[in-house]
Design a protein. Structure first.
Length: 203
């Protein structure tokens, strides 16, 4: 019989574009066996080699609206005319199976999840497992340097990302954990320590 952890975590991670969130999250998944990325629902069509249930759960707008009306989503949003959302049932099942679940999500989505979990009973598995982490650059000047260093975005795109980053940085104090990504290895070590400590709290 499989041994199920009773201290699985729902890790909600946010950061401005260019702060290194994706790299850190990918490294974290490599370090912790059993940690997996959350798979969201979306009403957009699959792109390229995307597979349903692996990259997204692809559903119709009608089904999405029905699920919203039944309050089945932990968070949801409309982006460019399509809907995206994370089902409570998917999260609960993953945690019940003993897997840490990581959600790479913007500050608006994180706020939705934070509010939803806070409204649950204290002994609810979702509320007990919730951990939010904000990844920040050492400075806005360094963030601009990183964005420019990518050499993939036009100047107007970089300016838009910088404006968004300023708004996102104002939300960092809402998170329980703040990690400054000045040096990637040091930030990763801090992130790993956070996960270990949060596991211990729930043991």
């Amino acid at each position: 019989m499989q041994t199920v952890k009773n201290n699985a975590l729902l890790l909600v991670v946010s950061a401005p574009s260019g702060a290194g969130k994706s790299t850190l999250c990918n490294r974290l998944v490599e370090i912790f066996s059993g940690m997996i990325y959350s798979v969201s629902c979306t009403t957009r069509a699959p792109r390229g080699e995307e597979k349903t249930h692996e990259h997204y759960h692809f559903i119709s707008k009608e089904e999405f609206r029905e699920r919203v009306s039944r309050e089945e989503f932990l968070e949801s949003a409309e982006v460019h005319g399509n809907f995206y959302g994370t089902l409570k049932s998917t999260v609960r099942e993953t945690l019940r199976d003993g897997h840490d679940l990581i959600m790479d999500i913007d500050v608006q989505g994180a706020a939705q999840i934070r509010s939803a979990c806070a409204a649950l009973p204290e002994d609810d598995s979702l509320r007990k497992s919730f951990v939010d982490i904000f990844i920040a650059p050492p400075s806005m000047d360094e963030l601009r340097r990183r964005l420019c260093g990518r050499a993939t975005d036009a100047e107007e795109v970089i300016e838009k990302r910088m404006r968004n980053a300023e708004k996102e940085m104002r939300e960092r104090d809402a998170y329980e954990h703040l990690i400054i990504n000045d040096q990637l290895d040091v930030a990763l070590e801090t992130l790993v320590s956070v996960v270990h400590e949060e596991h211990k709290k729930r043991t």
